[in-house]
Design a protein around this ligand. Structure first.
Ligand code: MLT
Length: 276
């Protein structure tokens, strides 16, 4: 995984042989940069299926959030703003001043925080299996219970709680490799990192008021069986963001990008080609 100072990220570049005809209008041979922010309590590796979008002419970058997957041990983020600040530093370090930026679930919360701080970086936005609303009191109480369990038992407590909800039944039974990959990602994270991210999630501000200020092209994607951020929350995002479009991915739960990578990538490729 490439690094830049304290930052780690996955990266895929368009193949050299990509014809200029395909890259119409892109003098540099690159259509642009797509930045994808991972969910909780996972890792940048959840975006491996989306690295294939490089074949469409996009530089794809999936940052490892601070502390995840064993990176930058000892430094823990405690707010979505901390994560957003890291991403601004990474974008600046890579000399990327304009990109399509998106995330799944917690990655979406961080995307909205990043937009609140630095809208100028956004050429487009992708919000996958996420929501704008803050946690209602009963959800915050559930997070508090998970936090206690994580502090007692480590990342395995988050795996026990999250894995049954992350994918739909069809994925669980027919794609055990996806569940195994999710478990491995969760278990690669330290207690401190998982606890810090949980604190950041609970403390995130309600982003509903940000939605009408988003004027870049925006794609919203959700699995039709998402049990954590159900499609109705994506409908709220679509209604709130002017001109946005919503794609519901069939036969997918919360991890729509991993459960149905072909459909997810097709939605993203069509958005990048037609809207951005
Ligand atoms: C995620 O996938 O990032 C989490 O499910 C976020 C959440 O629980 O709100």
């Amino acid at each position: 995984m490439p690094t830049l100072g304290r930052f780690h990220y996955l990266e895929a570049l368009p193949p050299d042989g990509l014809s200029q005809a395909r890259l119409r209008g892109a003098g540099s041979g690159l259509l642009g940069t797509l930045v994808l922010i991972h969910g909780f309590p996972l890792s940048a590796r959840m975006w491996e299926p989306q690295l294939a979008l490089a074949a469409q002419g996009w530089r794809v970058i999936a940052p490892q959030l601070r502390g995840f997957d064993g990176t930058a041990a000892g430094s823990v983020a405690a707010s979505v703003d901390d994560f957003a600040g890291d991403l601004i530093d990474l974008l600046d370090g890579l000399h990327i001043d304009h990109a399509v930026i998106g995330g799944l679930s917690m990655g979406g919360y961080i995307t909205l925080a990043l937009f609140r701080h630095a809208a100028r970086y956004f050429r487009g936005m992708v919000l996958a299996d996420t929501r704008a609303q803050a946690d209602p009191p009963e959800a915050a109480a559930g997070r508090q219970r998970m936090l206690t369990a994580v502090r007692e038992r480590g990342a395995v407590a988050a795996a026990d709680e999250m894995l049954p909800k992350l994918v739909c039944d069809a994925t669980r039974f027919q794609q055990p490799a996806v569940v195994d990959a999710l478990r491995a990602m969760i278990m690669s994270n330290s207690t401190e990192t998982v606890a810090g991210a949980l604190i950041a999630i609970v403390a995130r501000p309600d982003a509903t008021a940000v939605l009408p200020t988003i004027h870049c092209p925006t794609l919203i994607v959700v699995g039709d069986q998402d049990a954590i951020t159900p499609p109705a929350l994506s409908e709220d995002l679509r209604r709130g963001i002017p001109g946005s479009s919503l794609v519901v991915v069939p036969d997918a739960g919360h991890m729509s990008n991993m459960e149905q990578p072909a459909a997810f990538n097709a939605a993203l490729a069509s958005f990048l080609e037609r809207r951005v």
